[in-house]
Write a new protein. Structure first.
Length: 118
């Protein structure tokens, strides 16, 4: 059974930073694309960033230049470094994984809350 466990969320002031981590039991981890999504109260879940097995990354325009996604295949972990946080970044952040060499996310974590105060 594949499990994704996020950590690192919390409360931070605007302009601050947080780093989210997601530990994944998907095998082989190195062949999966990993993504971060978020859902704010009353809004639909939206894409934030993803990193492919090749290391190729892609970001939503709203976070480009402020967030950085990375992965450590030796630790089966993906990270989301979030800098210059804004109140509108407040949401539950979810980690997701694809099957091997796929672009379809089939595995999801339980989410971690990020709250940015103004």
């Amino acid at each position: 059974q594949v499990q994704l466990v996020e950590s690192g969320g919390g409360l931070v002031q605007a302009g601050g930073s947080l780093r989210l981590s997601c530990s994944a039991s998907v095998r082989p981890f190195k062949d999966s694309a990993m993504g971060w999504f978020r859902q704010a109260p009353g809004k639909e879940r939206e894409f934030v960033a993803r990193i492919r097995w090749s290391g190729d990354t892609y970001y939503a325009d709203s976070v480009k230049g402020r967030f950085t996604i990375s992965r450590d295949n030796a630790k089966n972990t993906v990270y989301l470094q979030m800098n210059s946080l804004k109140p509108e970044d407040t949401a539950v952040y979810y980690c997701a994984a694809t099957d091997r060499f796929s672009s379809h996310y089939v595995y999801w974590g339980q989410g971690t809350q990020v709250t940015v105060s103004s």
